[in-house]
Design a protein around this ligand. Sequence first.
Ligand code: SF4
Length: 65
Amino acid sequence: MAQSVSCNSCAYYEDHIANSTKVAENAGLCRFNPPVTQPEPNARGLWPVVTASDWCGHFSTETRN
Ligand code: SF4
């Protein structure tokens, strides 16, 4: 049986949200890359938000630690 390749089963997917309290349903954070935006000089960067059914070419079941 083929493995499900989606953020929901990826090692880099985090299903609790740290960016804000306003989140899309069935969404989480991708932790593959560091935060990508910094809205203001004194603000922290934001982790990319993805949905559980998204996917990308970096999908993995293990992290590179
Ligand atoms: S965007 Fe890619 S690396 Fe990030 S959680 Fe989804 S499949 Fe994994």
